[in-house]
Design a protein around this ligand. Structure first.
Ligand code: GLA
Length: 377
């Protein structure tokens, strides 16, 4: 059974009409995104601490109305929650989890193993040298057991390992891999399972539509399952662009991942509306690099997205959510990486100071046209 059914049922008991028309929220009679996809998949968003702390009430209203799942943008990452070996900082993560539970939102924990935003002390000794395998294993266990254990029963599932493979399917040479080899994956899942046996446990990565990466994840999941490792889901981040991916490749990954017996989740959905910036130039040529950066920073005059580009963006996003809907028998959650364009990490990536338009709501908190159309607004 899909575990998210429980909170939905509780919510319904708390006030839904028994038979409401699809896409119509009982509370407000306003069509909502979560109601449109109810029974198909959860609709999630990443929230930041401004929202949790009440400093962005408009985002909060959108979250309450249109979403039924949340993930923390940053506060559960290693560098935040475990900044020093003997110091855990739970204030923000506790506030985030309470925020979610008070609103009846399903929570995903993000993330336990990630080479980026790992606390600086985590893999090194006092001299800055890599620690030995025993020390690292003990640190990994302490970190995972403490964090997962604290939120036991409150979190539906954890992104246990984030971005552990390269695009060519080989293991990323991260401290986890360099110190423990591939076995860090098994250990991380086992520690998480021990700490909360009911929690779903996921692998999560970007560019999951690439054939080599897809095949490597399928093979990895099969190896893990053969060893009895409790991996239950595969997260496809889905940070995508106007010129990639091809839907056929994306869809193939959904199908192949589901064939491993795992649930599939779209975990960090956003689509940059700006031309894809490829890091291919020779960086030693500083002036050429600076010029390329300047050209790509904000390609649209006055920061206004041309209508033709907005139309193309909406068309691609519409195609994408239709793809998700076609596979709603295996896709359990679709989460956008942020609520509105103004808060997206894409505004600074891969070039600082960009103005991008990647999310489901614009800077004025208006739902994007493709979703207005889907929900009949
Ligand atoms: C990765 C991580 C997220 C977030 C995004 C963008 O995809 O999984 O937590 O940091 O990068 O910043």
């Amino acid at each position: 059974m899909k575990r998210f059914i429980l909170p939905v049922v509780v919510l319904c008991l708390a006030g839904c009409q028994a038979q409401k028309p699809s896409g119509v929220s009982s509370a407000s009679a306003m069509p909502t995104v979560k109601d449109r996809y109810e029974g198909k998949f959860l609709i999630g968003t990443a929230v930041n601490m401004r929202q949790v702390n009440g400093l962005d009430p408009k985002s909060d209203s959108i979250t309450r109305l249109h979403f039924n799942a949340v993930v923390a943008e940053n506060c559960m990452k290693c560098e935040k929650i475990h900044p020093r070996e003997d110091v855990y900082f739970f204030d923000d993560a506790d506030a985030f989890v309470n925020y979610a539970l008070e609103r009846g939102l399903t929570v995903t924990g993000h993330t336990l193993v990630w080479h980026s935003q790992m606390a600086p002390w985590f893999a090194v000794d006092a001299e800055g040298k890599s620690v030995d395998a025993d020390t690292f294993r003990a640190r990994l266990k302490d970190h995972i057991s403490t964090v997962v254990g604290r939120y036991k029963g409150k979190i539906l599932g954890w992104d246990v390992c984030n971005e552990i493979l390269n695009d060519d399917g080989t293991f990323r040479r991260s401290p986890y891999y360099n110190i423990l080899g591939e076995d860090f994956v098994r250990l991380a899942f086992e520690y998480a399972h021990e700490a909360d046996p009911e929690a779903e446990l996921y692998l999560n990565d970007f560019n999951m539509f690439l054939p080599a990466k897809r095949d490597a994840y399928v093979a990895l999941v099969r190896r893990l399952k053969e060893q009895g490792v409790p991996v239950t889901g595969i997260g496809m981040q889905a940070h995508v662009g106007m010129d990639y991916p091809e839907w056929e490749e994306f869809e193939r990954s959904v199908v192949d991942f589901a064939a491993t017996g795992c649930s599939v989740m779209i975990t960090e959905w956003d689509m940059s509306a700006l031309p894809t910036f490829k890091m291919t130039a020779d960086v030693s040529d500083r002036s050429m690099w600076r010029q390329r950066m300047a050209e790509h920073r904000n390609p649209y005059p006055g920061g206004v997205l041309p209508d033709s580009v907005a139309a193309q963006w909406n068309r691609r996003m519409s195609e994408m959510i239709d793809l998700f809907e076609r596979h709603s028998d295996v896709i359990t959650r679709v989460t956008a990486w942020g609520t509105h364009d103004g808060m997206s990490w894409k505004n600074d990536f891969p070039i600082r100071g960009r103005r991008d338009y990647p999310l489901l709501f614009d800077r004025d908190y208006r739902l994007k046209p493709f979703l207005q159309e889907k929900i009949g607004q």
